[in-house]
Design a protein around this ligand. Structure first.
Ligand SMILES: [Mn+2]
Length: 321
């Protein structure tokens, strides 16, 4: 596919779907494509369906018209899934996909095996928002579309920092900036901004963190009574593990929070050596080499003892201990 217009055909209406627990790239892609099609295909009726998403993305054009209803009875000529790596990830909205006349998926996940009739998957691209840009006519990209796509790229690259960021990513971001978008504000308001509450929890997690294994590891944990005191929910913990990870000298960071008495949700990050996905998989979880998670039973110290054995074994094997 060279241009997004190729997929429209005779369609009079289209549904745009993203993945469960929509992130910045997912919301940016969906709203960016909707806003683009309003300019490029004015006759086409477009409806975006997504689960509830972060309040911070509300400023994007069209955010207020997103439907959260998985079964409104509408059937579409065309269904476009964005940033969705497999059918399962459509969650409750899969029905719109299954009943649509034609299905298209535009994505950048290397694991996407092609579940739609037309798949356009570009794993070398940092974000689905970046893939979409390459399928659009530059002259038809307005400021609203640019804001959406820029936000998507910012989120999936961790503000142009992750290894998926390429020279082309930066060129595309530059083109989007040229549309007159408030780029500093988009980055601060949607990526870095924390509520007072989240900052208090981050502060407390850092204050109470403990380094072990000669400073190669660090952990922090929230027990249920502390979470109740702050009325904290899991989304308030975003960013804590990343701050622990960048502690000087640390190879492996662990953050735990209690989900039920003596049961902990475990997040792990590593910097160079430890494959945390292996450890998470051993305890029934999963993830990536440098970022993974699982759920474990026992006290904080039971959990840490169990994890430490695996971390230590990997460090020894790599000659780092
Ligand atoms: Mn993405």
């Amino acid at each position: 596919m060279e241009n997004i217009m190729e997929i429209l055909g005779e369609a009079k209406n289209a549904a745009i779907l993203g993945h469960v627990r929509p992130d910045g790239d997912c919301v940016g892609s969906c709203l960016g494509l909707k806003s683009y099609l309003e300019a490029a295909a004015p006759g086409l009726k477009v409806q975006v369906y997504l689960e509830e998403f972060s309040e911070a993305f509300r400023f994007l054009k069209g955010a207020g018209e997103v439907s959260h209803d998985p079964a409104d009875g509408n059937v579409y000529d065309l269904c476009i899934a964005l940033d969705v790596s497999d059918r399962e990830r459509l969650g409750a909205f899969a029905g719109y996909f299954d009943h649509a006349g034609r299905t298209v998926c535009i994505d950048h996940h290397v694991t996407n095996a092609g579940f739609a009739r037309i798949s356009h998957v570009r794993p070398e691209r940092s974000a689905t928002s970046e893939v979409l840009y390459t399928l659009m006519d530059e002259a038809l990209i307005g400021r609203d579309t640019a804001e959406c796509l820029y936000m998507g790229i910012v989120h999936d690259t961790g503000v142009f920092k992750h290894s998926n960021t390429t020279g082309e990513t930066m060129e595309i971001a530059g083109k989007l900036m040229g549309k007159g978008i408030p780029f500093s504000e988009i980055i601060d308001r949607t990526f870095y901004e924390k509520t007072y509450h989240q900052n208090q929890l981050l502060g407390r997690a850092l204050m109470e963190s403990v380094m072990f294994m000669d400073g190669l590891c660090i952990f922090s944990a929230f027990r249920q009574k502390t979470m109740e005191f702050y009325q904290a929910s899991p989304k308030d913990f975003d960013g804590i593990i990343d701050q622990l990870r960048v502690t000087r000298g640390v190879e492996c960071a662990i953050f735990l929070y209690e989900t039920a008495p003596q049961e902990y949700k475990v997040s792990m990050r590593s910097n160079r050596v430890v494959d945390v996905s292996k450890i998470a998989a051993y305890f029934g979880g999963g993830g990536h080499v440098r970022a993974a998670g699982c759920t474990m039973a026992g006290s904080v110290y039971d959990v840490l003892n169990n994890l430490s054995r695996h971390i230590e074994a990997q460090l020894k094997e790599a000659g780092a201990l």
